[in-house]
Ligand binder design. Structure first.
Ligand code: G6P
Ligand code: ZN
Length: 542
C-alpha cells in the first residue's frame, strides 16, 4: 500500500533557528509538508525499523500534518511511531519521549510562540536521537535535499485515530498513541522535591500558571494542581486551542500582560508563571518582581543544588551570547565552566551530551538542563518552586539577595518587528563595516573596548558558526548586541540587546530603561535604527 508520489521542489524550505516555520497557507500548498518531511528522511541514515516520535503543540494544521508524517514514516521504513494522544506533545515532552524510548529521532510540529490559526504560523522541526534539535549539518542537508526533491513515499491508508491510546499496525509499522503527559510528569517528579512544594502550597503559598491556551495546559493541570495540590483555577487557559484563543502564545510582558498585572497587584499571589505555544519557554514573576530570563538562569543555577535532581552540583552553565552575563558570575563563584553559544537551543546539545554543562539558558525566555535536550518551561517553574520551598523566602528577597551578592546586570531587549528585509540587512552590514574603527571610540562616558561579529567554535565537534551577532563591548562591562531574528515568518526582526553591570547594591532599584538610557542612545547613534528602518521606537521591549 506504499505509494511513490512525484513532486516538484520548493526553494524556500530552509530551516531557521528552530525548524521550518511558515504561514499555514504556505504549508497547505501541494506537497509542501510532504516534500519537507521526505527531505528530512532523505537526509538521515540508518532508521530502518527504528522508532520515530511525532507530536505537536496542537495548533491549527497539527492533526493534518501528523497524519501525513505517520503515513510517510511507515512508507519510509520506520519500525515504530510513538505519537501523543490528540497529536499533542510539548517540545520538552517530545524530547523526553525520544530519549526515554531510545527513538531514532522525532518530528515536532510547532511554531513555538508564534500565533496559530488558518492564516497564522505553522512549523516542522526534526530532533535527533539525543532528543535535541538537529544540528546545522542535518538542517543544511535537509534544505539541500528540499531543493531537488522529485518524489516522496506515503502509505495509502485511512487516517489513524489519534484520540485513543493504544497500538495498531500499518504497512509493517507499529503506531502507539501514548499519554502525552505521563512520562514527563514522572521525569519532573524525579528531579524535584514534590513533597516540599506540596507542603509550601498547603501552607498557603499561592501559585498561578498561565498556559496561554497552548500545549502546557494538560501538563500544568496534572503537575501543579493534581500532584502538587494547588487549588483548581491555579492553572489558567489550560485547554490547548488551535488558534490559542486568538492570542499570541508568547510569555512576555506584552502578551502575558494580565499575568504581570496580577503579580504586581497588592494582593498578588506568591508566584506567577507562563509558558509558550509548545511549552519550552517560561516567564516567571514573583510577587512585585518580574525576573528577566537572564537573571532567572543565574538564580536557578546558583540555587539548583537545593533540588534533588541537582544536589550533586552543576558541571557547568551555558548561555547564548545575547543572554546577559549574570550567569557568568555564578559560574565563577561555583568554580565551574561557562559557555557562550550562538542563539538557538541546538548549540547546547553537544555541551549537555558531553557533560560539560548541566544548566542552559537564553534571554529569549528559555531555560533548561540536561534532563532533556530542549528548553523546558514547566521545568523552570518547578525548579523555582522547589527553591522557594527550601529557602522559605519570597522570590523578591531571593532576587535582591542575588543582586547584592553578585551585582546586577541591567538588561533589556528591543525588538523591531516586520522591518523591511533589505533595510535590516543594510543596518547589519553597516555595523559590520564599523567593526574595525569602533574600538577606542568614545560616546559620552562610554568607550568601546572591542567590537566583533560573534563566531562560535564548538568545543566538542569543532564546527564553526560565523556571523552570529554584532557585539559592541564597552569598557566596564556594558555592551550592545545587534542581530536579526531567525524565527520570524514575515520581513525581518531586528533585535537589540542592551546590558550594563552594576556592582553597587545601592543602585539596584533603578527602572531598567532608565538604567540603560545611555547605552540605548549609543546603540541608536552607531546603528542609525530610526533612519534605516523608519521606526521611531521598538515594537516590543522586554
Ligand atoms: C527559539 C529557539 C531559541 C531562540 C529563540 C529566539 O525559541 O528555540 O533557541 O533563542 O527562538 O530566536 P531568534 O532568532 O528569533 O532571536
Ligand atoms: Zn517554544
Amino acid at each position: 500500500m506504499i505509494r511513490t508520489v512525484t513532486t516538484t521542489p520548493y526553494g524556500d524550505q530552509k530551516p531557521g533557528t528552530s525548524g521550518l516555520r511558515k504561514k499555514v497557507p504556505v504549508f497547505q500548498q501541494k506537497n509542501y509538508a510532504e516534500n519537507f518531511i521526505q527531505s528530512i528522511f532523505d537526509s538521515l541514515e540508518g532508521f530502518q525499523g527504528e522508532t520515530l516520535v511525532i507530536g505537536g503543540d496542537g495548533r491549527f494544521y497539527n492533526r493534518e500534518v501528523i497524519q501525513i508524517a505517520i503515513k510517510m514514516a511507515a512508507a519510509n521504513g520506520f519500525g515504530r511511531v510513538l505519537v501523543g494522544r490528540g497529536g499533542i506533545l510539548s517540545t520538552p515532552a517530545a524530547s523526553n519521549v525520544i530519549r526515554k524510548y531510545k527513538a531514532f529521532g522525532g518530528i515536532v510540529l510547532s511554531a513555538s510562540h508564534n500565533p496559530g490559526g488558518p492564516t497564522e504560523d505553522f512549523g516542522i522541526k526534526y530532533n535527533i536521537g539525543n532528543g535535541g534539535p538537529a544540528p546545522e549539518k542535518i538542517t543544511d542537508a535537509i534544505f539541500a535535499r528540499s531543493k531537488v526533491i522529485d518524489s516522496y513515499k506515503i502509505s495509502d491508508v485511512a487516517d489513524i485515530n489519534l484520540d485513543a491510546e493504544g497500538t495498531q499496525d500499518i504497512d509493517g509499522m507499529t503506531i502507539t498513541v501514548i499519554d502525552p503527559v505521563a512520562d514527563y510528569a514522572e521525569l519532573m517528579e524525579s528531579l524535584f522535591d514534590f513533597g516540599a512544594i506540596r507542603k509550601m502550597i498547603e501552607g498557603g503559598f499561592r501559585v498561578v500558571f498561565d498556559a496561554m491556551s497552548a500545549v502546557t495546559g494538560p501538563y500544568a493541570k496534572e503537575i501543579i494542581e493534581k500532584r502538587l495540590g494547588a487549588p483548581k483555577g491555579s492553572v489558567m487557559n489550560f485547554i490547548p486551542l488551535p488558534d490559542f484563543g486568538g492570542h499570541h502564545p508568547d510569555p512576555n510582558l506584552v502578551h502575558a500582560r494580565a499575568l504581570y498585572e496580577t503579580m504586581m497587584a497588592p494582593d498578588a499571589p506568591d508566584f506567577g508563571a507562563a509558558s509558550d505555544g509548545d511549552g519550552d519557554r517560561n516567564l516567571v514573576i514573583g510577587r512585585g518582581i518580574f525576573i528577566t530570563p537572564s537573571d532567572s538562569l543565574a538564580m536557578l543555577a546558583a540555587n539548583a543544588h537545593l533540588a534533588p535532581g541537582y544536589a550533586k552540583g552543576l558541571a557547568g552553565i551555558a548561555r547564548s551570547m545575547p543572554t546577559s552575563g549574570a550567569a557568568d558570575r555564578v559560574a565563577e563563584k561555583l568554580g565551574i565552566g561557562i559557555y557562550e553559544t550562538p542563539t538557538g537551543w541546538k548549540f547546547f546539545g553537544n555541551l549537555l551530551d558531553e557533560g560539560m554543562a548541566t544548566i542552559c539558558g537564553e534571554e529569549s525566555a528559555g531555560t533548561g538542563s540536561n534532563h532533556v535536550r530542549e528548553k523546558d518551561g514547566l521545568w523552570a517553574v518547578l525548579l523555582w518552586l522547589n527553591i522557594l520551598a527550601v529557602r522559605k523566602e519570597s522570590a523578591l528577597d531571593i532576587v535582591k539577595n542575588h543582586w547584592a551578592t553578585y551585582g546586577r546586570n541591567y538588561y533589556s531587549r528591543h525588538d523591531y518587528e516586520e522591518v523591511d528585509s533589505d533595510a535590516a540587512n543594510g543596518l547589519i552590514a553597516n555595523l559590520r563595516d564599523q567593526l574595525a574603527t569602533l574600538p577606542g571610540k568614545s560616546f559620552g562616558a562610554l568607550k568601546v573596548a572591542t567590537a566583533d561579529d560573534f563566531a562560535y567554535n564548538d568545543p566538542v565537534d569543532h564546527s564553526v558558526s560565523k556571523n552570529q551577532g554584532i557585539r559592541i563591548l564597552f569598557e566596564g562591562g556594558s555592551r550592545v548586541v545587534f542581530r536579526l531574528s531567525g524565527t520570524g515568518t514575515s520581513g525581518a526582526t531586528l533585535r537589540v540587546y542592551i546590558e550594563r553591570f552594576e556592582p553597587d547594591a545601592s543602585r539596584h532599584d533603578i527602572e531598567t530603561q532608565t538604567a540603560l538610557a545611555d547605552l540605548i542612545a549609543v546603540a541608536e547613534e552607531i546603528a542609525s535604527i530610526k533612519t534605516r528602518t523608519g521606526r521611531t521606537e521598538p515594537s516590543v521591549i522586554t
